[in-house]
Design a protein around this ligand. Structure first.
Ligand code: ADP
Ligand code: SF4
Length: 695
């Protein structure tokens, strides 16, 4: 297929200072959880995007000095020459595909409290970063930087730039955003200095300007210098000299970098989840940049639609289509557009599981792309699967796990049949994505069904509720059971122990609601699952006119969603919909009228009047079908293997089901020795010595 001429503009080359990007697809710096400790894992992850057509591929934040140590969060470093080799593996991999490699030189200032290095955190005026994430909080307070600290900071950037060029990077970032040190100089709330670095906007910009100059001088103009800058707060502040402080800042800096990478200030708005934020949400904040500067501008917005991308270019908002999440969900997004295969794009669903990986301190995971982070360790490619079988397989269950298993097995060459009890495929997605804000998550089923329907070796059987006898009679060589999990009516106790069951009337689980039960109000939603579903159900019931009280054992609604940047927006939504919420409480009983509650630490008892209780707590895997098959003489029916996949194997988030479906399919029929799992290791400092000697 050939490219739709409407998208030609996306494939124009664009100059970035001394470098030329081959098209407008720019993988902006984003966290991957991959530090210098796993150089090959990191290189393969980034290389896949270069292979998939991104013209620029960047690292995530890369600390320039031990005084910017982000532990316990995964933190890449370019602290000394010993770090060069690790990065060089990535730049070489990216260059192999004709892409430019960028590095985000990073100093966190007060936002990096140096838990491991034990350096004193630095800040313009001693104001700590006002962390609301528990994981970021610290009792350590930053030092007020004096002139020699500022000089050091400039020197560290210069030295890091020299090392970055030696590591092979083409584009070097100065990072004045997201609460980090140069950003703190830009904002008057953090910067209360009275010297030439504080006070007026002109003075507050000075540090960023000097950092750009230092990085440029360090590489003698051979590398491009990019500025990443957050605009949300500055745009909201009036200026005497311009429409806003943001306009004034960009006015002073308009000729300084070779590229502007513009973004929001906070995780919840910058990498906003789709539950509350649509594609292209940054535009109202960053739409003015190109009117002030002639330098190219890159920005993000979870862009997956080529028409939206073209709109951004044509309307003069952006020169480059920035992608972090869309490049994780589909590293081959540019190539697919280039080849006229838009329908094959695996669109990011905006769930932010990828971001939770960084908060968890592990390599990136993605709901849509189960191969993300596994390119080197398991040798999984997002587009290519070794074609190695002509056997047949029956997949029972057409949810995320079943569909992913079916697709990967079909790519391996199996003749695949998928049997699904319901009229439509999608499993849990069918109902969950009808809840407020979750529509985009249906893309998980949509993408896979779109692919499966094009494959000649795949048959889809809806409305097929299979028994063990049906499966045995079907005649498939292999069987994968992906029949999902069920929610339980069990409670949660105190002291991290499970509770008992509730026997009162009108007690429901999500499975009941899925079967179209509308509980009689007022309703209590008791959530100790603590991810999205409890509050999504509360929102849905409120939208349907029920009076809802949300109760959780945790300290906040949907407590785990601080990992996915959704928590602030969920609380705003509960307030908007008039949903009352009670935290740190557990349900101890319900008689159909009075709901008994206990404070989880003190045991203090409360009662509230409700007519129905929805428990979003525990899910149980396993499958009666699988058990019945195991108990049968399945070998006699010609079946070589029976596997259990996804939530039936072990319940989890959609990302877990997709991953497990993929893994099941990759490994089906393989001997244990044929399954390769690589173990990466950092380069020891001594490994760098020959390179150093060569200088
Ligand atoms: P997962 O997340 O693991 O994919 P889901 O619960 O989303 O799990 O999907 C499981 C699917 O399996 C559901 O669509 C359900 O209707 C289907 N299913 C369950 N039992 C059977 C069965 N015996 N025959 C066919 N389909 C089944
Ligand atoms: Fe998109 Fe979710 Fe994948 Fe992140 S984890 S890239 S938000 S689909």
């Amino acid at each position: 297929m050939s490219r739709n001429p409407r998208y030609d503009v996306l494939f124009e080359p664009v100059k970035i200072g001394p470098k030329l990007a081959k098209n407008r697809f720019f993988q902006v710096p984003h966290a991957s959880g991959m530090t210098n400790a796993a150089p090959h894992v990191r290189a393969a992850f980034r290389e896949t995007k270069a292979e998939g057509g991104w013209a620029v591929v960047c690292t995530g934040a890369c600390s320039i000095h031990p005084s910017s140590d982000d532990s316990p969060f995964p933190c890449a470093t370019i602290w000394d020459d010993a770090d060069i080799r690790s990065h060089a593996v990535m730049t070489e991999a990216v260059h192999r595909h004709g892409a430019l490699a960028g590095i985000e030189l990073w100093h966190g200032g007060a936002a990096a409290v140096n838990r491991t290095s034990r350096y004193t955190p630095l800040s313009p005026s001693g104001v700590p970063w006002m962390a609301t994430h528990v994981g970021f909080m610290s009792s350590s307070r930053p030092k007020i930087m004096d002139k020699s600290d500022i000089k050091d900071l400039i020197t560290w950037h210069r030295d890091a730039a020299v090392r970055a060029e030696r590591a092979g990077f083409d584009i070097l970032y100065v990072y004045s955003g997201m609460g980090y040190l140069p950003y703190q100089f830009l904002l008057s709330d953090y910067n209360q200095r009275t010297d030439e670095y504080g006070g007026s906007v002109r003075n507050r910009v000075r540090l960023t300007e000097e950092l750009i100059d230092a990085v440029r001088e360090a590489t003698g103009g051979r590398c491009a210098v990019a500025l990443r800058i957050s605009m949300q707060e500055l745009r909201a502040r009036p200026s005497e000299n311009a429409p806003s402080e943001a306009h004034e800042v960009i006015g002073y800096l308009k000729d300084a970098p070779d590229l502007f990478d513009v973004k929001m200030d906070y995780s919840a708005t910058d990498c906003a989840a789709s539950r509350y934020t649509p594609e292209g949400s940054h535009e109202p904040v960053i739409d003015f940049i190109k009117k002030i500067t002639s330098k190219p501008v890159v920005g993000v917005g979870r862009f997956t639609s080529p028409d939206t991308m073209v709109g951004q270019i044509r309307r003069g908002i952006l020169d480059f289509i920035g992608g972090a999440r869309p490049s994780i969900a589909d590293p081959f997004l540019p190539n697919k557009i280039n080849e006229g295969r838009e329908a094959d794009i695996r669109e990011c669903i905006g769930c932010n599981i990828c971001i939770s990986s960084w908060h968890d301190g592990v390599w990136v995971r993605c709901t849509q792309n189960p191969t993300a982070g596994e390119e080197w360790r398991r040798g999984w490619h997002p587009e290519k699967v070794r074609k190695d079988s002509e056997e047949s397989v029956l997949v029972v269950g057409g949810g995320p796990a079943g569909l992913e298993a079916a697709l990967t097995l079909a790519r391996r060459g199996f003749t695949v049949s998928v049997a699904e009890k319901q009229r439509s495929f999608g499993g849990r997605l069918l109902w969950e994505t009808a809840l407020p804000g979750l529509k985009a998550w249906y893309r998980v089923a949509e993408y896979r069904l779109g692919q499966l329907r094009q494959m000649p070796n795949v048959s889809l059987f809806p409305e097929s509720d299979l028994s063990a006898e049906d499966v045995l009679a079907f005649g498939a060589g292999h069987v994968v059971v992906a029949t999902g999990a069920k929610w339980l009516k069990v409670l949660c106790g105190a002291n991290e122990l499970p509770g008992g069951t509730v026997t009162g009337p009108r007690v429901y689980t999500p499975d009941d609601l899925k079967a179209s039960v509308l509980p009689e109000g007022p309703v209590a939603v008791f959530d100790y699952d603590n991810y999205y579903l409890g509050t999504a159900i509360a929102e849905d019931l409120a939208a349907k006119g029920c009076a809802v009280t949300y109760i959780t054992t945790a300290g906040a609604a949907s407590a785990w969603t601080f990992m996915t940047n959704e928590q602030p927006l969920i609380h705003q939504a509960l307030a908007r919909r008039g949903i009352g919420y009670r935290t740190l409480e557990t349900v101890t009983g319900f008689d159909g009228e009075r709901l008994k509650l206990a404070q989880i630490f003190s045991g203090e008892a409360h009662e509230i009047a409700v007519r129905s209780l929805v428990i979003v707590g525990q899910r149980l895997g396993g499958s009666p079908l699988y058990d019945a098959l195991q108990a049968s003489d399945w070998q006699a029916a010609g079946i070589k293997s029976i596997g259990l996949a996804g939530d039936a194997h072990a319940p989890g988030a959609i990302a877990h089901a997709v991953y497990h479906g993929h893994k099941t399919a990759r490994e089906l029929g393989l001997a244990a020795e044929a399954i390769h799992i690589g173990r990466d290791a950092p380069f020891a400092p001594r490994d760098f010595l020959p390179l150093q000697a060569a200088q």
